[in-house]
Write a protein that binds this ligand. Structure first.
Ligand code: PEP
Ligand code: MN
Length: 346
């Protein structure tokens, strides 16, 4: 349930309600809205109305949340959440670009790509140091060496870093290098990982599982928010369908639907969705038109030599073009693009 406090409610009154909720066996989560405080009360207890909370000073109303996910739901928070990573805001008016190689392969590769995607307007550098591969014989990532290279690229370019963490034991290590922890599609329901990543306090990019329903996806996000970490972004990266001509099928409806059900920002990854770099720009246009807050794009300086996901990786030049191609769409839906601003101001 959520306890909606009056606009004029005082801090002591909010604290009293939180205390009472704890006594009743709920975990209270305070959500600061623009005008008032809302307290999300979650727990295994069955809610029997009236709860008695209605009469406490400062309480406006008590509303049961009907969705199985509570803290991620629009019912708990009706304004869009903004995830802040340093000076980068995700979920605001500006479309955010996360770009970089599928995997960190070498210092030279990473620094070359980082410099180029930064020049094109990307705010966040992606690159896996720990790679979830379908085959145990495929390149598994440079691990700690890869994290150090990401750190170097951040120092050289000022880009923020998003990188994947594969298991709970490595959360602390990866979190000490990353600005955003990525939880991959294959791990979307690794509940121990979700909890540990949530506890790290780092912003989390939660990819949708290969065959996950909205409810499963949002319940996975709920695990993170339940650790008091509200810095979560949902990432649609294509789902499994009967179609085999593309690697996956980009679910465009996921964007408005996730936004209707939840207040969290939505990022779209057209590269893993399609498996084909040529489809990345048209799918990016569709994603922005449908309301995406950002794009995650795989970029490689030599896609034909990439150790993973070469066919879906754009060259830096093609990435630059992609940003130019999506700019009019962003404009049409009243969103801004950093690159477009730089070019227009020239
Ligand atoms: C990735 O972003 O490199 C990745 C492995 O993505 P996904 O989890 O969506 O397959
Ligand atoms: Mn990849």
């Amino acid at each position: 349930m959520i306890i909606v406090m009056k606009q004029v409610a005082r801090d002591e009154e909010v604290l009293k309600v939180e205390e009472r909720l704890t006594e009743m066996g709920f975990a209270p989560h305070r959500i600061q809205g623009t005008e008032r405080v809302v307290i999300g009360a979650v727990g295994a207890q069955k809610i029997i109305l009236p709860t008695g909370l209605e009469v406490l000073p400062g309480v406006e109303k008590v509303v049961p949340i009907t969705a199985p996910y509570k803290l991620v739901s629009r019912q708990a928070k009706d304004t869009d959440s903004i995830v802040r990573v340093g000076d980068v805001e995700i979920g605001g008016n500006e479309i955010v670009f996360m770009a970089g190689p599928c995997a960190v392969e070498s210092e030279e590769q990473l620094l070359t790509i980082a410099g180029m995607v930064k020049a094109s307007g990307a705010q966040i550098l992606r690159g896996g140091a720990f790679k979830p591969r379908s085959s145990p014989y495929s390149f598994q990532g440079l691990e700690l060496e890869g994290l150090k290279m990401l750190d170097l690229a951040r120092q050289e370019t000022g880009l923020k870093i998003v990188t994947e963490v594969l298991n709970p034991q490595e959360v602390e290590l990866v979190a000490s290098y990353a600005d955003i922890l990525q939880i991959g599609a294959r791990n979307m329901q690794n509940f121990a990982l979700l909890r540990e990543a949530g506890r790290s306090g780092k912003p989390i990019l939660l990819k949708r599982g290969l065959a996950a329903t909205f409810e499963e996806w949002l319940m996975a996000a709920e695990y993170i928010l339940n650790e008091n970490n509200f810095q979560v972004m949902l990432c649609e990266r294509g789902i499994r369908t009967f179609e085999t001509s593309t690697r996956n099928t980009l679910d465009i409806s996921a964007i408005p639907q996730a936004k209707e059900l939840s207040h969290l920002p939505v990022i779209v990854d057209p590269c893993h969705a399609s498996g084909n770099w040529r489809l990345a720009a048209p799918l990016s246009k569709a994603a922005i038109a449908a309301g995406a807050d950002g794009l995650m794009i795989e970029v490689h300086n030599k896609p034909s030599e990439a150790l993973s996901d070469g066919p879906q990786s754009l060259t830096p030049e093609n990435f630059d073009r992609l940003i130019e191609m999506v700019a009019p769409i962003a404009d049409a839906v009243n969103r801004t693009i950093p690159q477009a601003e730089i070019k227009n101001s020239k």
